[in-house]
Design a protein around this ligand. Structure first.
Ligand code: ADP
Length: 287
């Protein structure tokens, strides 16, 4: 049975002229990483807001269809219960730092404090998460004095410490440089290894190719493609929906166009190296 089940989901904002999501059907398995891609305004953030309960709790509007999470209808969850079940990381880390705590340690502890968790347990859980994410060195720093990448890692820590089963992550690296981006994907990978179900909005093809299990493509509120990452990222239709494919897939497609036989189209650097080496061997160009 799927972990998140979405049937005929449509949604229109109260002041919207058209539906932001149109008859979406999707089954999400536990412990897998799903990436949503699509142009601006295609409905990615709206979709995330539904999983997190912001819609229909805060934005009213018209929601049709059903969403069930872990066997329970979205409407049957209390918003507090959903907040623990589904951790949500926003695009911009600056808006997710509380602004009322003086140290990174206290910032990460804040959510547990609100739940009334005992101090001893808070200390143990915050320490564990800081170790896991490699951010103990930021412990006594003031959250407002951190770099964008450090802030984003602290935001992740403050979500992960709540131990959500599901993580919804909306463009977590849009404000970050390549180093900050790499650090965030290390964290996402750690969460994947821990068996979390992850729904990620991200457009960097090479990162999606590396880490994602499944890809969904939204266009103008419609789910126009969905499938395994290697299927979607090697499908030329993606060029018309989002204007991009991984550079390794483009290379593979070019090789096929030039009648060079390859077993499968690569999407990562490692796969393309393998394919090119095999091909050279076949042609006896290398031993
Ligand atoms: P994306 O995240 O893919 O950029 P969004 O989910 O933000 O797309 O937007 C989908 C559609 O919903 C767009 O047409 C957008 O204008 C509209 N929309 C988004 N937020 C609101 C809102 N708060 N009120 C009314 N319309 C909105």
């Amino acid at each position: 049975m799927s972990y998140i089940s979405i049937k005929d989901l449509s949604y229109q904002y109260p002041i919207g002229k058209k539906q932001a999501l149109k008859t979406i059907n999707l089954e999400i398995e536990k412990g897998k990483l799903y990436t949503i891609i699509g142009e601006n305004g295609s409905g990615k953030t709206t979709f995330c807001h539904i999983l997190r309960g912001f819609i229909p709790y805060f934005h009213k509007g018209e929601l049709k269809g059903t969403v069930s999470i872990d066997g329970k209808d979205l409407f049957d969850y209390e918003i507090e219960e959903l907040a623990i079940k589904v951790g949500y990381v926003f695009q911009n880390p600056f808006t997710q730092i509380s602004g009322i705590k003086d140290t990174v340690f206290e910032e990460i502890a804040y959510g547990l404090e609100n739940l009334g968790v005992e101090r001893e347990e808070i200390t143990a859980r915050v320490n564990e998460v800081m170790d896991l994410l490699g951010i103990q060195y930021l412990r006594e720093k003031h959250p407002i004095h951190l770099s964008g990448g450090q802030k984003q890692r602290v935001v992740f820590a403050s979500i992960i410490v709540m131990e959500p089963d599901i993580l919804v992550i909306d463009e977590p690296t849009s404000q970050l440089d390549p180093h900050g981006t790499e650090e965030i994907f290390k964290i996402i990978n750690i969460m994947k290894q821990k068996g979390k179900t992850i729904i990620l909005v991200e457009h960097k093809m090479e990162l999606i190719a590396e880490f994602s299990d499944f890809v969904m493509v939204l266009q103008d509120g419609n789910l126009v493609m969905q499938g395994k990452t290697e299927e979607i990222l090697t499908d030329e239709r993606l060029l018309s929906y989002v204007g991009a494919l991984p550079q390794y897939a483009l290379l593979g497609l070019e090789m096929i166009k030039h009648n060079l036989s390859i077993k499968k189209i690569p999407i990562t650097e490692r796969q393309s190296e393998e394919i090119i080496n095999n091909w050279l061997r076949q042609k006896n160009l290398v031993s």
